[in-house]
Design a protein around this ligand. Structure first.
Ligand code: ZN
Length: 590
């Protein structure tokens, strides 16, 4: 459903964040803000705050934050239009879909028909499993695998009969258009003659739900050794494989409670774990995990445990997935099961407690990669050099310098190689891969950078709390001096919004492109540590400091170039000169 922008502002301006949030969180007033226990992370003392005049919330514990719409989305696990609709109903605001562009309208109506169709077919498949004689072997198969009736019911498992036209007939009965059905992937057009046939035949059916509990697609498994063992719906307008994880609709609350999520591969892995009480689990269904998957999961659990079989296929799948998790900066562990087990067989054999105990031994990503590399190369002199070459590629991906140096140390100890030598290797890798990170180990510069980031954060905070400073920031091009690209981008977005309006912060928030940016805005807007009286003065001195530090950096660069010239490090010199040119261009504009 598409909702026009003016409707969104109407909803935001009519609704009251304190009213809405206090329906799900007990709030107490303290100073300018309301405080309560955060619904998004577990805590004993309240760090979740709501500000009525700014209409924002922010958690000082887990950094969740945003406006009333972001709260509803996060709390109920629903989409933006759904959240808007929910508020509109509550405040008697009518949302008309009139005036919507016809192409968009067609798209919406196709999606709605596909979801309706999937739901209908799910009901039929599920009825077959329960009642038809033909499904006898399917019921036996599920029983043999230990899947109980209430799990079959909860996840709406079904059976697709062996005939070629079961779904085709259902469609006729229900008067559903063939065209829609073809787009759903449930039926296919015959090649040789006219007519259609069912995609799924004689299989146990697993409806794949999206986060809003709607049936996005299906998976089907044979009950013998015929191939393909599993078959899934193709990608459709409602089934986006790079975003949907099997079971998340049921697991989301449990992921929040436990603070982490197990990621397994198959339907039966998921169902078995769930049935054994390990409900904070999702399944990737054998498709490679994507950054979207990881980002979606991050909204429910800060930590993730990848569970894999110990065979070669499992190890290589783990290695592929890990890259995505490292890039997304998530706390990830890898649990490789003992030989000959998958999550399903392990939990069936050993039970919930044994599985959880095993999970405590899950390796960090680096430990896992190191183990795989040791298993491949062995610990001879040559082997250790190969391991070092493997590991340096992984080490440079780690953004956090403290964490990186910890891993360098660990690696040096395991391989019994001098830490400096390891560091040297990693530095080489850096230089050949990234032109931006010139100095890996330049501690002073890192610290200076952190200090500047803090000033830049304060600057953003002041822009939100004292819009009078905004002209000064425009005149001096202060944002161009920012080190942090992220804060620069956010700052520019703030400058583009009319700061004279009453609803300035609401507008800024609505203009942010993603949840993370909204959270940042909420946290900076909530930052009340400047007293109103001297905020302008403080702002001016921070502006001067930001500009001065950048100019000082220019001088430092010049001296680095001189010493690089002496040391004949031409690559480094080019990089430094490039940097100097950029800074010069910046200053020429002032
Ligand atoms: Zn929190």
């Amino acid at each position: 459903m598409y909702i026009p922008e003016e409707k969104i502002s109407e909803i935001l301006n009519t609704s009251d964040i304190v009213d809405i949030i206090s329906e799900s969180v007990i709030l107490k007033k303290s100073g300018r803000n309301f405080f309560g226990l955060c619904p998004f992370h577990s805590e004993k003392t309240p760090s979740f705050s709501v500000n009525a005049s700014k209409q924002i919330f922010h958690c000082f514990g887990c950094s969740a934050g945003g406006n009333v719409l972001s709260f509803i989305m996060k709390y109920h696990g629903i989409t933006f239009p759904e959240a808007a609709k929910m508020l509109a109903v509550r405040y008697n605001i009518t949302i008309e879909t009139k005036g919507v562009d016809p192409a968009k309208k067609r798209e919406i109506s196709l999606k709605e028909s596909l979801l309706r169709l999937n739901k209908t077919v799910m009901t039929y498949y599920s009825g077959e499993l329960k009642n038809s004689d033909q499904a006898g072997k399917a019921r036996e198969y599920l029983e043999k695998r230990g899947i109980l009736g209430d799990i079959i019911q909860k996840f709406r498992l079904g059976y697709s009969p062996g005939s070629w036209d079961f779904v085709v007939k259902v469609l006729k009965e229900q008067k559903i258009s063939k065209n829609t059905a073809v787009q759903s992937g449930l039926i296919l057009k015959r090649k040789e003659k006219a007519g259609y046939y069912d995609r799924f035949r004689n299989r146990i059916m697993f409806p794949i739900f999206d986060i809003n509990m709607q049936v996005a697609g299906f998976g089907g498994r044979v009950m013998d050794d015929s191939m393909p063992k599993y078959m899934n719906s193709p990608e459709t307008p409602v089934y986006n494989k790079s975003r949907i994880l099997y079971g998340l609709h049921a697991a989301k609350q449990h992921c929040r409670q436990e603070g982490f999520v197990y990621i397994v591969e198959g339907y039966f892995d998921f169902l078995s774990l769930y049935q054994h009480g390990i409900k904070n689990t999702v399944a990737s269904l054998g498709t490679a995990l994507t950054p979207d998957h990881v980002r979606i999961l991050k909204g429910y659990a800060p930590r993730m445990i990848l569970v894999f079989d110990s065979d070669a296929a499992g190890i290589s799948a783990a290695k592929r997935s890990i890259k995505i998790f490292m890039k997304e900066g998530v706390d990830t562990r890898v649990l490789v099961l003992p030989k000959g087990n998958d999550p399903d067989s392990y939990v069936v054999k050993h039970g919930e407690e044994a599985f959880k105990k095993l999970a405590l031994k899950a390796k960090t990503v680096m430990q896992f990669l190191l183990q795989v590399s040791i298993d491949t190369h062995g610990l001879s002199v040559e082997g250790r050099i190969n391991i070092l070459n493997d590991m340096k590629k992984h080490l440079i991906v780690i953004g956090d310098s403290a964490l990186r140096s910890m891993h360098v140390k660990e690696l040096a100890e395991t391989l019994n190689i001098d830490e400096k030598a390891v560091l040297e290797k990693v530095r080489d890798q850096y230089l050949s891969h990234s032109s931006k990170r010139i100095s890996l180990n330049d501690k002073n510069k890192d610290e200076e950078k952190l200090a500047s980031d803090r000033r830049e954060e304060q600057m953003i905070s002041i822009m939100l709390n004292c819009p009078e400073i905004i002209d000064e920031i425009k005149n001096k091009d202060v944002l161009d001096y920012f080190y942090s690209e992220k804060l620069k981008r956010i700052g520019k977005k703030i400058l583009s919004i009319d700061s004279n309006k009453e609803a300035f912060i609401t507008d800024v928030m609505a203009g942010m492109e993603n949840t993370r940016d909204q959270e940042l805005i909420a946290s900076y807007a909530m930052d009340d540590f400047f007293s109103d009286k001297d905020i302008y003065k403080t702002a001016m001195s921070i502006i001067q400091r930001i500009i001065r530090v950048r100019k000082k950096q220019e001088n430092t660069l010049t001296s680095k170039i001189i010493s690089a010239e002496k040391g004949c490090d031409s690559e480094l010199m080019d990089l430094l000169k490039q940097k100097q040119k950029e800074i010069q261009q910046l200053h020429d504009r002032i």
